[in-house]
Design a protein around this ligand. Structure first.
Ligand code: ZN
Ligand code: ZN
Ligand code: ZN
Length: 94
C-alpha cells in the first residue's frame, strides 16, 4: 500500500520538525494508487486495493542547535520528493 514517508530532524531542544516528504509506492499492480497499477492483471472492481495508509514519520537527523521555533524563526516548509527519481518538486518551493 502506498503512503507518504515524512522525515524529521531533531534539535538539541528535543523538538522535531519535518524536513522532507517522500511518496512511497508499493508497486503492486492491484493497488489503485500505485504507478504500477494495471487493470489488465485483475478485475478492478472486485480485486483492486484502494487504500491509502496514513503518513509515516521517521526521525532521520539530529542537530545540536535549537529548532526554528526555539530560535524564534519560522520552520521552513518540508520539501516534497518523488520516490522514484528523488527529483525535487519545485512547485512546493518558496
Ligand atoms: Zn500502493
Ligand atoms: Zn485495479
Ligand atoms: Zn525547540
Amino acid at each position: 500500500m502506498c503512503y507518504h514517508l515524512i522525515t524529521f530532524t531533531e534539535g538539541g531542544c528535543n523538538h522535531r520538525w519535518a524536513t522532507k516528504r517522500h511518496y512511497i509506492d508499493c508497486n503492486m499492480t492491484v493497488c489503485r494508487l500505485s504507478q504500477r497499477h494495471s487493470s489488465e492483471t485483475h478485475k478492478c472492481p472486485a480485486e483492486c486495493i484502494d487504500m491509502n495508509l496514513p503518513d509515516q514519520s521517521i526521525c532521520l537527523y539530529q542537530q545540536p542547535g535549537l529548532c526554528y521555533t526555539c530560535r524564534g524563526l519560522e520552520t521552513p516548509r518540508m520539501k516534497n520528493y518523488d520516490s522514484e527519481d528523488d527529483e525535487y518538486d519545485s512547485e512546493n518551493d518558496e
